[in-house]
Design a protein around this ligand. Structure first.
Ligand code: TYD
Ligand code: MG
Length: 259
């Protein structure tokens, strides 16, 4: 049993994933398990991962997905997260990706807030987002966590939250799954999960940067902006995508009814 379960999804990011794993292993809070969920990455990525597997806090799972058509059928990271959520032992859950680096106190600060406030179910923090622009330029954005929010979709990233594990059965009972795997939400899978959470609970802020997020050249969000003929084959097979706007509008109507 560990206090915290961290779930990391991974697919083909050999230049980044080592730093992402290290960021977790070097946390000041040490009572965690890391569920490393790899979506059958290339050999280069597998080699980096293998270097870490001697650490007994890591539980490693590798999927058997091979074709891009299978990758487009479901939101892959949602499917891997759902699988991991069936295997966790932690009282608190955090999410990570292969291109996000936790700052050393990321877990400690979130655990502290949850431990000291029994009524709080979900916490979130500031995050720095770095994206590569044309000609190798880097653009950065500071995502703020300032207020208690009932409108987390597309305002918060899943790498910047921690929630209690005991809220999960409520979500499962209502929607038949934890994360929605419907590929219409491929670009906003975390927003869709937060949409579910915000039906019941708000997110509480920690106004401090606790992670650094990298939008890489192969990230879905970089690919999404590419011209149709330059998009990768997973993206070309996706159905029409739902938007944040719809999710946020719906939550606003719920919030109106709540007042
Ligand atoms: P990523 O490409 O980083 O997209 P974004 O632009 O949203 O950051 O992918 C998000 C996560 O999904 C990342 O952890 C890798 C995972 N993933 C899979 O597990 N399987 C896949 O087939 C793809 C494309 C991504
Ligand atoms: Mg990413």
């Amino acid at each position: 049993m560990s206090k915290v379960s961290v779930i990391m999804t991974s697919y083909n990011k050999p230049q980044y994933i080592g730093k992402a794993i290290e960021g977790i292993l070097k946390q000041t809070f040490t009572d965690f398990e890391l569920l490393l969920m790899d979506d059958n990455s290339n050999d280069e990525t597998q080699q980096v991962i293998e270097g870490f597997l001697t650490d007994e806090r890591i539980k490693y799972f590798r999927s058997d997905i091979t074709s891009d058509s299978e990758r487009a059928e479901k939101i892959r990271y949602a499917a891997l997260i759902n699988k991991a959520l069936g295997m966790i032992s932690g009282q608190y859950i955090s999410y990570a990706t292969d291109d996000n680096i936790f700052r050393p106190q990321r877990l400690e600060k979130m655990v502290d807030l949850l431990e000291s406030h029994e009524d709080i179910k979900i916490v979130y923090s500031d995050s720095m987002v770095f994206s590569l622009e044309a000609e190798g330029k880097q653009k950065s954005m500071h995502r703020m966590a300032k207020s208690i929010t009932w409108l987390a979709p597309c305002q918060v990233d899943h790498c910047s939250i921690m929630h209690r594990a005991d809220i999960l059965p409520v979500i499962y009972d209502r929607w038949g799954s934890y994360w929605d795997e419907d590929p219409q939400f491929y670009f906003i899978g975390d927003a869709r999960f937060f949409w579910r959470l915000n039906h019941y609970w708000p997110f509480y802020p920690i106004n401090e940067i606790l992670d650094d997020n990298y939008i890489t050249e192969i990230s879905l969000h970089t690919q999404m902006r590419a011209k149709d003929n330059e998009k990768n084959s997973i993206l070309r097979q996706l159905p029409e995508q739902k938007t944040c706007r719809e999710l946020r509008q719906y939550l606003r109507s719920l919030n109106g009814a709540r007042k």
